[in-house]
Design a protein around this ligand. Structure first.
Ligand SMILES: CSC[C@H]1O[C@H](OP(=O)(O)O)[C@H](O)[C@@H]1O
Length: 386
């Protein structure tokens, strides 16, 4: 079974899987400049909070590796790199991993200030590579902590397998590998704890039906696709027979009190989970935590173009049921005159979240009903919260 990789990288060369062609076509774009990285992110050929940060960082690293910087003084070079990072930050506003990576990269290049432009560029490239390499380790840890929490809180074991539901795509296609929420599902499967994984279609961009279903089937994980609107009926009529124990989702931004921005449709799943006595788990690396923002009210929610609701594009399925990836059509799925509201994310209040599972551990709410990330992020907490 081939490893699914959203990103392939070696110093000086970055290839990014065009996820808009999945699951019908496996095509990697070569990304060699900040502009190409920006376009890949903004068009959602690559998406997923960690993957966005990785492609932005490595895309600029490749540009800097292959093209000498024009600035002559260290100050000029640092300023040019800052400008490129500020440009990349505009590619998508909600996921905080990109902002956190940019903060990290800007701090790192300043440690090479005074050592010459080659040293500054080298420091940037090495930090961008660290961001990429660290993400996989983080996801494997999230998987382990998530499985441990479910073993303790839901009795998950090989003798008492559990089923879970997940939303959007949070797997190898959204990260450097393994995944966050889907990473916990992979770990549950590897430990023999998983009975079944349900995944939602995740309208309107269908990351669930196009990407998560692809990842689950690719790895032979027992799974079923449902529409977003079927979740309530699934919980009410099939929770017992499937032992549905948890909804596990990713995050684009977890703020200081635990309120979490994630793919649109996440909030309603949290309300349903609460109503049906099902645990609600947010799985996210600490790169997705934003301690600067106090509550979910402070999160900027990206709104995307109307055509994502009113039109779909896809490959033609032939009479024999085979997909013709070369023959694509764009179909109107609504009256093209209708007004459209298309927020890409919503905010789930901390009160509906049972645990935030990170690579540094599973964080539950304190007695005051909010999350305290000071124990897993002491330095950042002290710097921001005091
Ligand atoms: C580990 S992916 C986190 C997060 O990002 C996705 O959004 P998008 O596909 O628009 O980039 C989704 O909200 C995932 O849960």
């Amino acid at each position: 079974m081939s490893l699914l990789q959203a990103v392939k990288y070696q110093r000086g060369k970055l290839e990014v899987l065009d996820q808009l062609l999945l699951p019908h076509e496996f095509h990697y774009d070569t990304v060699s400049t900040r502009q190409e990285a920006f376009d890949s992110i903004a068009t959602m050929r690559v998406r997923g909070a960690p993957a966005i940060a990785i492609v932005a960082s490595l895309g600029l690293a490749v540009e800097l590796h292959n093209n000498p910087v024009s600035g002559t003084s260290d100050e000029q070079v640092i300023s040019q790199i800052d400008e490129a990072l500020d440009y990349l930050k505009q590619s998508r506003p909600t996921a905080v991993d990109l902002t956190n990576a940019i903060t990290q990269l800007k701090a790192t290049i300043r440690t090479a200030d005074g050592k010459g432009k080659e040293a500054i560029v080298q420091a940037f490239i090495e930090e961008a590579e660290r961001i990429f390499e660290k993400d996989l380790q983080s996801n494997l840890s999230i998987g382990d902590f998530g499985a441990q929490w479910l073993q303790a809180q839901a009795g998950a074991s090989p003798d008492q397998k559990i089923s879970v539901l997940t939303h959007c795509n949070t797997g190898a296609l959204a990260t450097s590998g393994h995944g966050t929420a889907l990473g916990i599902i992979r770990t549950l499967q590897s430990k023999g704890y998983l009975k079944h994984a349900f995944c939602t279609e995740t309208r309107p961009y269908n990351q669930g039906s196009r990407l998560t279903a692809f990842e689950l089937v690719h790895e032979g994980i027992p799974s079923t696709l449902i529409t977003d609107s079927m979740a309530a009926a699934l919980f009410r009529t099939k929770k017992a027979e499937n032992n549905i124990a948890a909804v596990i989702v990713g995050a684009d931004r977890v703020v200081r009190n635990g309120d979490t921005a994630n793919k649109i449709g996440t909030y309603q799943l949290s309300v349903l989970a609460k109503h049906h006595g099902i645990k609600f788990i947010v799985a996210a690396p600490t790169t997705s935590i934003d301690l600067e923002t106090k509550t979910g009210d402070g999160i900027k929610i990206e709104e995307r173009k109307r055509e994502e609701l009113t039109q779909i594009s896809g490959a033609v399925v032939g009479p024999d049921g085979r997909v013709d990836g070369n023959n694509k059509v764009r179909v109107a799925t609504a009256d093209q005159r209708i007004d459209v509201w298309n927020p890409a994310f919503d905010v789930t209040p901390a009160e509906f979240i049972d645990v935030v599972v990170t690579e540094k551990g599973a964080v539950e709410k304190g007695p005051d009903g909010t999350f305290d990330f000071s124990k897993i992020l002491p330095k950042r907490w002290a710097k921001v919260v005091g």
